[in-house]
Design a protein. Structure first.
Lengths: 162, 261
């Protein structure tokens, strides 16, 4: 079946098997491999995307359910902005600056979840960060530097510097 | 496999009547796991995301109608948090934000897992499940709707369209035991309300939802009665003995909170 959806502001068509997940369609049928495929059961958060602005696991959305809807993946966060077409999103830059990336597999999901958090809460408490990122597993960092990155991104957005 | 995407409730029930073996899919948090792991291959999927009648909630003559497509996040963050506090607490313990943004109470009822977090608080509030087909609409008490482990009284041509209840406004709470605060299937869970009578129901400790009631004067023996009403099993998440013990402790704590309120 043909699924028509908007990804990162552009119209796309994907020829999908009817039981296929949005994640599979993004990665294998469309040029968006940024969302990672790990658990396929909503446990790890590495496939987090925004569906009509709502944070979801792309592995738990039927591709056909995204037909006619808007998806934002990690690829849609960077530029074009004040810093230029290729500039990283401030949350991405904060992850780089804080060293919040080790193997990097969980990073796209964590970045998307952090963007979602900061859109709802501009200066989140540690408890808010913990709850907001509770569905994103990282097996490398121990989360301390991820927390540093989220706090830095919030501070940068508030104009307080990173 | 077909994907059927009705745009109205009438269209949805007509499609379910034509293809009763189609799997309804709303939030997908259970159905997609089954598809991804090839645990089932239905002839058709009935995508309910575009059926507006299933969304949101409303007040009707003192009752609340919770659409089966109501998400945990909508329960947790909106006005329902004040009206149904135990259900809101339960919703906040479900999965992660990603799961709560998609998962729905209709899905929790349809899956009918003994661990379904919405079931105990809904049973304590005497909820009824609205089932709709081309033959008509009927309402079943939640305790009758769930007939066993992952089994319901839903007919093959019916869809779960709503949950109805009259909010008790009684002091109430929900508790859940698991290895962490997120992404946890309950080892055991408990909902308690302390209004004109004491009411309790629990998860992961019986094949189907059980309601335990007592007079407020019998609060001292209530925890024991709740623990006795459970029929827990040993499994990978915990032992029967631990579950029964935990229910006793949780009930005492829940009474401390709700009777003081």
């Amino acid at each position: 079946m043909i699924v028509r959806l908007r990804v990162n502001g552009e119209e796309h068509e994907a020829d999908c098997w009817e039981g296929e997940s949005l994640l599979f369609a993004l990665r294998e049928k469309l040029p968006f491999p940024g969302s990672k495929n790990a658990c396929e059961q909503g446990e790890c958060g590495s496939c987090s995307v925004l569906l009509d602005g709502t944070l979801v696991c792309a592995c738990l959305v039927l591709a056909a359910q995204a037909d006619g809807h808007e998806v934002t993946t990690v690829e849609g966060l960077a530029g074009p902005g004040e810093a230029g077409a290729d500039a990283l999103h401030p949350v991405q830059q904060a992850f780089v600056d804080a060293g919040a990336v080790q193997c990097g597999f969980c990073t796209p999901g964590l970045v998307v979840a952090t963007v979602d958090l900061l859109a709802r809460s501009s200066s989140p408490s540690d408890d808010e960060i913990r709850e907001a990122l509770s569905g994103n597993l990282c097996r490398c960092t121990g989360y301390a530097k991820i927390f540093d990155a989220v706090r830095a991104a919030a501070a940068a957005a508030a104009g307080g510097g990173g | 496999m077909d994907v059927l995407t009705p745009r109205s409730l009438d269209e949805a029930i007509a499609l379910k009547a034509e293809q009763p073996e189609a799997w309804p899919i709303q939030g997908g948090t259970d159905v997609m796991v089954a598809l991804n792991f090839d645990h089932g291959r239905p002839p058709a999927l009935l995508n309910l995301n575009e059926v507006p009648e299933l969304r949101g909630w409303s007040r009707e003559n003192g009752s609340l109608r919770l659409g089966s497509g109501l998400t945990y996040m909508e329960i947790e963050c909106g006005e329902l948090r004040e009206i149904l506090p135990a259900l809101a607490e339960a919703s906040r313990t479900v999965g992660s934000p990603q799961i709560r943004n998609r998962g729905t109470i209709g899905g929790n009822l349809g899956t009918a897992s003994p661990a379904g977090d919405a079931l105990p608080p809904l049973l304590v509030e005497a909820a009824e499940v609205e089932c709709t087909s081309v033959r008509g609409v009927r309402r079943l008490a939640l305790g009758e709707f769930v007939t066993g482990v992952k089994r319901t009284a839903l007919a093959p041509d019916e869809l779960i369209t709503a949950v109805w209840l009259v909010p008790s406004r009684a002091p109430q709470t929900f508790m859940k035991i698991g290895p962490r605060n997120a992404m946890v299937i309950a080892v055991v869970s408990l909902a308690v309300s302390a209004g004109d009578e004491l009411r309790a129901s629990f998860g992961s400790a019986a094949p189907r939802p059980v309601l335990v009631t007592a007079a407020r004067d019998d609060a001292s023996t209530f925890a024991e009665r709740v623990a006795e009403a459970a029929a827990p099993i040993d499994d990978v998440r915990g032992t029967a003995a631990y579950r029964r013990h935990a229910l006793r402790v949780l009930t005492e704590r829940a009474l401390e909170r709700t009777l003081a309120a």
